[in-house]
Ligand binder design. Structure first.
Ligand code: SF4
Length: 404
């Protein structure tokens, strides 16, 4: 395992100022980045800019609830402040919709961080390249040890994460991890740096099924101010990542705004419209949503999810469900056990378990470790989450996909 140690506990204002002065244009592609002829980014960004959540009334929300197939306008109403007093009715309807399409099933998986090197400077994230944390990258043998340990818990789906450093975690390295994962798991997801469609095609060939990319915020001005360095700074390259992944043959794509970075209603609206437009363009695509709220990170405890409280989080999750009834919705360990159990009872269909966001923490044989990306709120084991689902009369599902 490669490893770097830091003992310093600082949040470097000097570096921040320097980066702010030397920022590159976040709307201009860098050499080597694939440019798509796609109008999806413009349509999503325009829709989000024009979304005026204050103009919706209780009547609009009730009309949206009454519809069988909900339009973007219905979705906008369901996300508006006017919908909050109707949250109980909205949750009941979301629950009916979830049970209609998914029965009682809830998919289980775990994320596996194989590296925490990152070349980006996202000021809200513990992995950012200037944050002084212990960095590590697993060797293929260590990846195998981690996967063996996870597979023993009974899980059959894994989400591989790397941090976003092309230099430290190149496409071949991630491909090797996918090949090893294929020996232990039925479903393999990736949450890695955005890449070109031919690279996604390669990783699909190595065994990857789906790709999740968090846009964080769809407000390009805000995005620019939060992503000060690295490839992630290039807004259009990130926003088109899901489309390139589908062009590369991935079966599914995941979407998520980091709720609390900016106006969460606009960001949730943009996330839904982004998924909706891609679903129309690629009808075969399996669509998934994540609903992460900001979490505190090492060396910066000032970071918090602003005005996204539990009712607002529930509102967003329900609005996704009612707008795109077939989409998978994941609830992460950023939320506590009580909130997660509540969300899978209503609208979420996928839950992680036995989670660590650090490096090398599943296998006892790996002695050197890398620091966590963020603090988790639900540390339950696979077994504990499994039994909690049963107690709620839900059906834990390890795998719902069969290769022929
Ligand atoms: S959010 Fe992702 S890209 Fe940004 S610093 Fe964290 S790991 Fe790196």
């Amino acid at each position: 395992m490669e490893q770097e140690h830091f003992n310093e506990s600082i949040y470097n204002e000097e570096i921040l100022e320097d980066l702010k002065k030397n920022r590159i244009d976040h709307m201009t592609y860098l050499p080597g980045m694939e440019v798509l002829r796609s109008d999806i980014m413009d349509r999503v960004v325009t829709a989000a800019k024009n979304y005026d959540c204050g103009r919706y009334t209780e009547g609009d929300v009730r009309r949206a609830l009454a519809h069988d197939n909900r339009t973007p306008e219905d979705f906008a109403a369901l996300l508006s402040p006017a919908a909050l007093p109707l949250l109980e009715e909205i949750a009941q309807e979301a629950r009916r919709e979830t049970r209609k399409h998914f029965g009682n099933s809830v998919n289980m998986f775990t994320p596996l961080y194989i590296a925490n090197y990152c070349a980006n400077y996202c000021i809200y994230c513990g992995f950012n390249c200037h944050n002084k944390i212990n960095r590590a990258k697993l060797t293929p043998d260590q990846i195998r040890l981690e996967m063996e340990a996870i597979a023993k818990t009974g899980l059959q789906e894994i989400l591989i994460l790397t941090g976003e450093s092309r230099e430290k975690s190149d496409v071949a390295y991630i491909g090797e991890a996918c090949k090893i994962a294929r020996e232990y798991f039925k479903v393999i997801g990736l949450e890695i740096y955005p890449m070109n469609s031919d690279e996604y095609a390669y990783l699909h060939k190595c065994g990857a099924d789906y790709v999740t990319v968090f846009q964080e915020t769809y407000n390009s001005d805000k995005y620019e101010s939060l992503h000060l360095a690295g490839h992630k700074r290039i807004f259009p390259y990130r926003i088109n990542a899901q489309e390139r992944a589908l062009m590369g043959g991935m079966r599914g794509v995941g979407f998520g705004a980091l709720l609390g970075l900016d106006d969460f209603r606009k960001d949730a609206f943009a996330t839904g419209i982004h998924a909706y437009l891609l679903q129309r363009k690629y009808p075969h695509a399996e669509i998934a949503f994540s609903c992460p709220r900001l979490r505190p990170i090492i060396n910066n405890d000032r970071i918090n999810p602003m005005d996204v409280h539990e009712p607002q989080l529930l509102q967003v999750v329900c609005a996704y469900r009612l707008f795109m009834p077939f989409a998978s919705i994941t609830v992460s360990t950023r939320e506590c056990a009580r909130v997660r159990d509540n969300l899978v009872n209503i609208a979420a269909t996928k839950i992680s378990a036995g989670v660590s966001t650090g490096i090398g923490e599943h296998s006892d044989e790996i002695k050197t470790k890398g620091d966590d990306q963020f603090e988790i709120s639900d540390g339950r084991s696979v077994d504990e989450v499994y039994h909690a689902l049963l107690e709620h009369e839900l059906q834990p599902v390890m795998n719902d996909y069969v290769y022929v």
